[in-house]
Design a protein around this ligand. Sequence first.
Ligand SMILES: *[C@@H]1O[C@H](CO)[C@@H](O)[C@H](O)[C@H]1NC(C)=O
Ligand SMILES: *[C@@H]1O[C@H](CO)[C@@H](O)[C@H](O)[C@H]1NC(C)=O
Length: 406
Amino acid sequence: MLSSLPSPRATFSAVAAMLVFAPAFSHAQHAVRDLASVLAVQEEMVTFRALVKRFPDVFSGFPKEGVTIIAPNDFAFSKVGNWGHKTTEATEAALKYHVITTPINTGSIGKGNSMIAATTLTDPAFTNVTGGQQLILTKQPGGEVVLTSGFATRGTIVVEDIAFDGGIVQIVDSVMRVPETLESTARNAYTDLTAFLGALHRTHIADEILTAKDVTILAPRNAAFQQLAGVLSHTTPSDLRRILHYHIVPDLVLHSWELQNGSFLVSAEQSRTMEITRLGNYIFVNSAQFLQTDILLSNGLVQMVDNILSPDHTDARPDITATAQLPVLTPSGATATGTKAPIPFTSDLPCTSDCPETETFDAKAPRPTGAPASPPTPDSAPSRNSGLVGIGLGVCLAAGALVVGI
Ligand SMILES: *[C@@H]1O[C@H](CO)[C@@H](O)[C@H](O)[C@H]1NC(C)=O
Ligand SMILES: *[C@@H]1O[C@H](CO)[C@@H](O)[C@H](O)[C@H]1NC(C)=O
């Protein structure tokens, strides 16, 4: 009986043990503090801390499994001067885009790999992607994790894997931008897609895309349209519609890393298919090469390709010996072709309020002179430029000058 009583020495040991473990215990407590406390000890987080306080609903009520908070630092906010001028709804939507619905540890992403992360932004006024608008996380070969959002806005995680009681915080050096429509993305960020956008307007497919959910769009760059300016000028409206529909994969958001060699995509043009070919780091759809991958849209994504696809050439495959692929449509006609040709279809872009009302396109107007009628050559220098070049007014004014009879 006596032996079951703790001896003074045993009691001392227990106290000592508590003292020894006390710091470790309180350290564990730190690891599960709430979001505000976790952010309070991080430097350069003044703006985000204030937003967390101002929008408590965005930053609470998380699922048991936890979320990932993408927390931009003050430097990130300093790069986007007008951020505070958004409406309350837009600010709330933008913040929801910074909350990933699952806890993601940077260690779980393999080097060189990309993954999609769904966010809590599900409001159809801001997104038409099933399951929540997405961010792309990519671990660079060097180990740093880069996030990609709308308008090619990227940020690097600068403080990784901070635990809080609702999951994980990742501090980034850029504010993530909610992906926008194809219209806005082509006009404001990826201006190399304006011919494609204009062609979609010409054929009224632009409206179909605007209301679609979960689409993948294979969008040829402007040079592909310039190269075929001659043949496109003789293409009937119904053939042009067929061609453009063949560039749309409905009901699937297909990220580049998910596209398997030899797999087929089903297009909106009578379900005609396209085949994916992977050769080293290059990806082809039929014989067109991917130039810019995974451009996020409010309702899916765009893969920018170097040539126009044709529903009548579904068997076109890349010539692996060539530095650039030839168009599947045969260039023809007297219209200027090549990179010096005016960019087709830009006159079909609806003008914004800045546009001069008087600019109307006269199909019988003489074509611009000075553009050589030399045979087209494949543009062997793919444009890598995707800079955030605002065009807006520029495109509308240029449309008057660049008009070509197509
Ligand atoms: C989502 O789709 C609806 C129509 O289905 C449309 O009215 C809305 O503008 C779309 N939202 C975005 C962000 O594109
Ligand atoms: C993809 O398939 C083609 C044709 O079968 C083959 O030549 C090529 O090596 C494959 N690429 C990869 C990355 O396996």
